[in-house]
Design a protein around this ligand. Structure first.
Ligand code: LIP
Length: 267
């Protein structure tokens, strides 16, 4: 099946999953490893829906989701990397800022991304080499210089021992850039960089399902995303740095790497 046809099917599935999210009555909420890390019955329901339908769309494809068993190591021709609800803490508290995030990798290279925000009616999509879109309209990163950048970031909610390092990065960026934002869904925030509303993102120890789909969208919109060691990982959490331009990505990387070294934090 051509990738454009797969994209059309994935957009439909993401919008169906988003519609499930809109009916948030009667959900149950549980904590995972820490009091800050939630999983709801809706996360599990949406992940089951996407696991069944995405692996049927490409027979033999693997599925790596936030709520299911981790995928085994090794090369896979096609692998779905899915966060059924990115921004679960927002969703569990009734803050209507959560998205469905779907990425597809082909032999370890990200080739397709869809991010759906059901409350705003926004579908971000991209296939590698074919551009990035919001509801079918082309999107592109901004050309703002670092002094005029708005930066999305977080403070290691799931491992607060790393928070001091994140606060140091925040302070250094706040002294140079225009302003900071903490929205609580990396996939949506990366899409805001892709559409030119925001300009950078930094987050330590993000999981692949938080950024896989949005990374394709951001790159196709002209942006840059990496970990501190190179490309973002498809199977393990990593520190993510994203920017509208190569120059701003270099600036962000220099700040993050200097702080990581000073705090002796390793990936
Ligand atoms: C969330 C990320 C967000 C991060 C949150 C959380 P989840 O993913 O998208 O950027 O700051 O702590 O990890 O857990 O809601 O799927």
């Amino acid at each position: 099946m051509p990738m454009e046809r797969i994209l059309s099917e994935v957009i439909s599935l993401a919008e169906q999953a988003g519609n499930m999210m809109l009916d948030d009555s009667g959900i149950t909420v549980e904590n995972k490893a820490t009091k800050e890390n939630y999983v709801t019955s809706m996360d599990v329901k949406i992940e089951g829906f996407l696991r069944e339908n995405l692996t049927s769309l490409i027979p033999g494809s693997f599925f790596l989701g936030e709520e299911g068993d981790p995928v085994s190591e090794g090369e896979k021709e096609y692998m779905w990397i899915v966060d059924p609800i990115d921004g679960t803490a927002n969703f569990a508290r009734g803050i209507r800022m959560s998205v469905v995030s779907i990425g597809l990798a082909h032999f370890g290279e990200l080739v397709l991304g869809v991010v759906r925000h059901p409350h705003l009616g926004e579908t971000y999509s991209a296939v590698k080499g074919n551009g990035a879109f919001l509801n079918g309209e082309p999107i592109h990163v901004s050309d703002r210089t670092k002094e005029h950048c708005m930066v999305s970031l977080a403070w290691s909610t799931y491992n607060k021992k790393l928070a001091p390092m994140c606060f140091e990065v925040s302070q250094r960026l706040y002294g140079v850039c225009e302003d900071l934002r903490r929205i609580g869904t990396a996939a949506y925030e990366l899409c805001q960089v892709a559409k030119g509303s925001e300009d950078m993102l930094f987050e330590i120890r993000l999981a692949p399902w938080d950024y896989a789909g949005a990374a394709v969208i951001l790159r196709e919109a002209g942006g840059v995303i990496s970990s501190v060691d190179g490309d973002v990982s498809l199977t393990h959490s990593c520190t993510v740095m994203a920017a509208n331009t190569a120059g701003n990505h270099e600036f962000l990387s220099s700040v993050v790497k200097d702080v990581l070294e000073n705090f002796r934090v390793t990936e």
